[in-house]
Design a protein around this ligand. Structure first.
Ligand code: HEM
Length: 407
């Protein structure tokens, strides 16, 4: 076992995981941790795990783990029925129901509306010279976009956001039964609210994504009420809880890298820049799989065995900083040719369904933000959410000096 600890309970590691990732990758790339799971940090191993049929995403069904109260809780959760937690063919069936709404061309049609929302969100900062990045910008735009896609009311945005945050907190290793109980309560509050929206929509179907999911169910295909609910919760939460962090993390990266900031200000935010920002500090740091057969990964020419049913953590963040793939990995470099090979949207069948949407939102939001103001300065260091799985800034006070009109 390595002398380097992968310790999700260590606050310093959560704050800056890269020194530990680097050390584990160099010393024990297939790392058996004292917590009983295996950590993969090399790019190729992470990609192999995510693409291979030998690894399952359905941890609750296929992992062989001690039965703790935490596991029992997770097993019962409605979210386990979401496609993110299922393997083919169930996963394939559910994903095909919504994938047409997320094709790059379908998403591109949203660009003018995203731009409109961005302009509205920046309006008061233009007057006041001040922007709290997360509350006033990074959250409201993606939240409104996903709400409109699902045709969800936004009147209870604050409550929904709070419930979503409580639910996503359970993705962390450090989650205890108390947090799981809180999440159960949050889901219990969210459910009747969503039930009501779904039953209203059932009587009055429209062109939105929720209506098409309901229609599928009503055509007698096997989308149960639980699946529909899990689907809506997944889309809703994934639709805003991740993009908000991409904007926060990216602005922090830009404000600490003045040359890259100047380049974006001059050229606007390109798709390649978003890829590099995703690689540099992505919102989702890792994901889990379990092998369904005994398997092995080669390290220095010898196989390191991983038993069927083990819990395997594929570190997307560590893969994104693997120097064998990305030269000078800890440098933010918009000219990096292979930035689009980043793993921040995962790989294989669970590759992020909302990737095109997230990238479009980031392009429009970051371009508009850096170009709308003469000067943007941080008034204080950003506050970070103390989490490892979903990494992000929670508060970032900026001073924004409006452009002086030449007209
Ligand atoms: C920067 C923003 C985003 C990041 C970094 C991100 C990241 C990810 C990752 C890493 C996964 C796969 C996890 C795994 O393999 O276990 C995933 C799956 C998924 N994401 Fe995203 N996501 C983002 C935005 C979005 C948006 C905007 C939506 C929807 C509107 C979305 C919807 C989904 C869905 C539905 C899945 C499940 C796909 C499947 O299981 O086939 N994501 N995302």
């Amino acid at each position: 076992m390595t002398a380097v600890a992968f310790d999700p309970f260590d606050a310093e590691f959560r704050r800056n995981p890269h020194p530990i990732y680097d050390q584990i990758r160099a010393e024990e790339p297939v790392c058996f941790t004292p917590l009983g799971f295996v950590v993969l940090t090399r790019y190729d191993d992470v990609v192999h795990t995510l693409r291979s049929n030998d690894f399952s995403r359905d941890i609750e069904k296929n992992a062989i783990l001690p039965q703790t109260p935490t596991r029992e809780f997770r097993r019962k959760s409605v979210r386990n029925r979401s496609m993110l937690n299922l393997d083919p063919p169930d996963h394939t069936r559910l994903r095909s129901l919504v994938s047409k709404s997320f094709t790059p061309s379908a998403i591109e049609r949203l660009r003018p509306r995203v731009q409109q929302l961005v302009d509205a969100a920046l309006h008061s900062a233009r007057q006041s010279g001040h922007l709290e990045l997360i509350e006033e910008f990074a959250f409201p735009v993606p939240f409104q976009v996903i709400s409109e896609l699902l045709d969800m009311p936004t009147d209870r945005a604050d409550e929904l956001r709070e419930w979503s945050q409580i639910i996503t907190a359970t993705l962390e290793f450090t989650t205890g039964v108390a947090e799981l109980e809180k999440a159960q309560v949050a889901i219990a509050k969210m459910r009747p609210y969503l039930d009501e929206i779904i039953s209203r929509r059932r009587k009055n179907l429209g062109n939105d994504m929720l209506s098409s999911l309901i229609s599928v169910e009503e055509r007698g295909e096997r989308l149960t009420n639980d699946e529909l609910m899990a689907f809506v919760i997944l889309l809703y939460i994934a639709g805003h809880e991740t993009t908000v962090n991409l904007i926060g993390n990216s602005m922090h990266a830009l404000l600490t890298h003045p040359r890259q900031f100047a380049q974006m200000k001059a050229q606007g935010c390109s798709s390649q820049m978003v890829d590099e920002l995703l690689r540099f500090d992505g919102p989702v740091q890792h994901t889990m799989r379990t092998p369904v057969v005994d398997t092995a990964i080669q390290v220095d020419g010898r196989p390191v065995k991983i038993k069927r049913g083990s819990l395997v953590l594929a570190s997307l963040g560590a893969g994104n900083h693997d120097p064998s793939i990305f030269e000078r990995p800890h440098v933010l470099d918009f000219s990096r040719k292979n930035a689009n090979r980043h793993l921040s949207f995962s790989a294989g069948v669970h590759y992020c369904l909302g990737a095109s949407l997230a990238k479009l939102e980031a392009e429009v939001m970051l371009s508009s933000l850096v170009k709308s103001f003469d000067k943007i300065e941080a008034l204080a260091d950003p506050e970070w959410r103390d989490r490892l799985t979903i990494r992000g800034v929670t508060r970032y006070e900026l001073s924004v000096q409006p452009l002086i009109s030449t007209r």
